[in-house]
Design a protein around this ligand. Structure first.
Ligand SMILES: [Zn+2]
Length: 276
């Protein structure tokens, strides 16, 4: 049998094996370094977008001093990025921490974390399609979590609601609580209630919106609130002619194609606002 050798006289197969082993070792070391704080260009872009998402949602009155938005890690799907505990409108890149799917920070350096981080960890654990999550206490959706009136798509911008909007009842799981998702068990129950839907309401507390990207999750969180406001207004006028499920599906697909348009505008507005 003919054995190929490289320029150093080492058999070809052994040489390739050695080279691959060296590549794997380098990748492992760089991944370990990444986890210990050295951030890649992709990480930096995600973090920059996550900071923008915090400011956009604050500017759009979806988040106030409370609520949070996260993004799944680009290369390590069992990790996600979320700010330390601080008001969303004040978040900077230095506040963004890396978390694992148990909801614990990889290295918080003594900084406090959000009590409700388990919303994010448990949804990422169960929904591989989800790359970003917004948890909000925005006011217009609250009435739809505490009454039997379902939140439904009233106009094309909220077509994604046509998939249905489940309501999470924390009392069924834990009796009397302070309403917060303070542990992995409550996070898991909430993720289960969300199922495969793009949004859910939390009775007497708030809502969540998920997406396959930060722009999509931010878009959904904003239009969830707008739809709730419009639906409450329309209910005062009479019975509502909602989008059919076919219309809702087509509108949602159309909106997803043009997501960069509002995202670029929102980013531009907050950049202008932050530099003023
Ligand atoms: Zn909350």
């Amino acid at each position: 049998m003919e054995i190929w050798v490289n320029m150093c006289g080492v058999p070809w197969e052994a040489s390739v094996r050695k080279m691959n082993a060296s590549r794997v070792k380098t990748a492992r070391v760089s991944r370990a370094k990444g986890r210990l704080g050295k951030r890649t260009a992709a990480d930096k872009q995600t973090i920059e977008d996550l900071v923008a998402a915090n400011h956009i949602l604050y500017a759009q009155s979806v988040l106030d001093g409370y609520g949070h938005v996260s993004a799944r890690h680009d290369l390590t799907p069992d990790r996600f990025w979320l700010s330390r505990s601080t008001a969303p409108g004040l978040v900077t890149a230095g506040d963004i921490l890396e978390f694992d799917l148990s909801g614990e920070p990889v290295d918080a350096q003594g900084r406090p974390t959000y009590a409700e981080r388990f919303i994010h960890s448990e949804i990422y654990r169960r929904r591989p399609d989800v790359k970003a999550i917004v948890h909000s206490h925005s006011p217009a959706v609250i009435p739809f979590g505490v009454t039997s009136v379902p939140l439904k798509p009233i106009f094309h911008m909220s077509g994604f609601l046509g998939a249905g909007v489940p309501v999470f009842e924390i009392r069924e799981i834990a009796g009397d609580t302070d309403m917060l998702i303070r542990n992995a068990g409550l996070g898991a129950a909430l993720a289960l209630r969300l199922g495969d839907k793009p949004a859910a309401l939390m009775r007497g507390h708030g809502s969540l919106a998920v997406g396959i990207s930060l722009p999509q999750a931010v878009f959904r969180a904003i239009y969830l609130e707008i739809n709730a406001r419009l639906q409450s207004e329309a209910m005062k006028l009479g019975s509502i002619n909602f989008l059919t499920s076919g219309e809702a599906k087509l509108a949602a697909t159309s909106n997803d194609i043009h997501l960069t348009r509002p995202w670029d505008l929102w980013k531009h507005e907050i950049t202008k606002r932050n530099s003023a």
